[in-house]
Design a protein around this ligand. Structure first.
Ligand code: 0RA
Length: 364
């Protein structure tokens, strides 16, 4: 274990991660199989943020033989320079300080869901061990942590081409925390990683299982983003028209994307996301979409004389019969610190509400 001498800052840091180990549920919801899988999404989220910032296009996720997970991205690499507030390398701060989100470099376009920057340290706290390798400036840097504690100072373990950059994180979830199971399920990861790829057009996410007898690999890459998501959801259905309707807009720092297509069935399948997180309870971003859709169809029908002015309006339910739609809202740089995920989600959703309703009203 660590030979390191800890100053005041370091002691505070360890207490921070100790809090995560004492009450893991507060940070990842549950320590069941669901929580175990959640760790992967947190690490992938950080790479997705790097992709949204425009610096990364490929993320590889591997389930290793010992049920540890490796996530590789080809972004800029987590910064390794000294963070002046703590006197430690930025990468160490990212993995060992609970509220390191969006603090380094600044100006990052961070919208992906999850714990917004604290995710990496939460995963570290809940892992028996975690190792990070950063390729940056022609060097390969490495550091290892055990149950959140630094094992040795960040060190250079090799060289690489200056153009070769990225971050590799390998972690083994802690059996002291995840008492139900430590076994990863390929299909569970597959489902969420595919969703992440649909929601982040252009990104390539590769999922690989190298456990003996379970070897398999899937690649998710959708240039059409949520348009392809709708196509996928309508795959086994009979669409009423061949084009998938798609629109996007940016207003007040909120990016809104909508894709939809009707099929000949009766069911309405409308999934909504805020910062890549599904919002099954809906919210005003969904209400805004529904109202806009109803108004647009009615206005079109009237102005093209498809219905008489004296006819009653088509109801929302009529218009949504057989509708498959994805509504995805992304909010830039929400400034949250040390808040629980639920509070964060609520605040994000509230922000989305105001801006996206206004936007939808304008479109319709
Ligand atoms: C440059 C600056 C910042 C982060 C990164 C690169 C970066 C972070 C991660 C995490 C996983 N992969 C990554 N690749 C690059 C700082 C940006 C900020 O803190 O807002």
């Amino acid at each position: 274990m660590s030979e390191q001498k800890y100053g005041g800052d370091q002691i505070q840091i360890l207490e921070g991660l100790e809090a995560v180990r004492k009450r893991p549920g507060m940070y990842i919801g549950t320590t069941s199989s669901r929580g175990l899988h959640h760790l992967v999404y947190e690490i992938v989220d950080n790479a997705v943020d790097e992709a949204l910032a425009g610096f990364c296009d490929t993320i590889e996720v591997t389930i290793n033989g010992d049920n540890s997970i490796t996530v590789v991205d080809n972004g800029r690499g987590v910064p390794v320079d000294i963070n002046h507030k703590t006197g430690r390398p930025a990468v160490e701060v990212v993995y060992t300080v609970l509220h390191a989100g969006g603090k380094f470099g600044g100006g990052g376009y961070k919208v992906s869901g999850g714990l917004h920057g604290v995710g990496a340290s939460v995963v570290n706290a809940l892992s028996e061990w975690l190792e990070v390798n950063v390729k940056r400036d022609g060097h390969i840097y490495n550091q290892r942590y055990e149950r959140g504690k630094v094992c040795y100072d960040l060190k250079v373990v090799g060289d690489c081409d200056v153009s070769d950059t990225g971050t590799t994180v390998t972690f083994k979830p802690d059996g002291l925390i995840f008492e139900e199971t430590l076994i990863y399920e390929f299909d569970v990861l597959k489902h969420r990683l595919r969703e992440m790829a649909f929601l982040t057009k252009g990104i390539k996410i590769i999922l690989r299982d190298v456990r003996e007898g379970m070897e398999q690999e899937r690649t998710f890459h959708y240039e059409g983003g949520i348009k392809e998501f709708v196509q996928y959801l309508n795959n086994s259905k009979e669409p009423l028209y061949s084009d998938i309707v798609y629109c996007e807009g940016l207003k007040d720092g909120v990016q809104v994307e909508v894709a939809f297509q009707h099929n000949d069935g009766f069911n309405e399948v409308v999934d909504s996301f805020v910062n890549n997180i599904k919002t099954p309870e809906g919210g005003m971003h969904l209400t805004g979409f529904r109202n806009a859709l109803t108004k647009t169809f009615n206005d079109y029908a009237k102005s093209n004389k498809l219905v008489k002015d004296s006819d009653p309006s088509l109801s929302g339910e009529d218009i949504r019969e057989g509708l498959t739609a994805i509504v995805s809202v992304k909010i830039e740089n929400p400034q949250f610190e040390g808040q629980t995920k639920q509070k964060l989600g609520n605040t994000v959703a509230r922000g989305a509400v105001d801006s996206s309703s206004a936007l939808f009203t304008k479109w319709s």
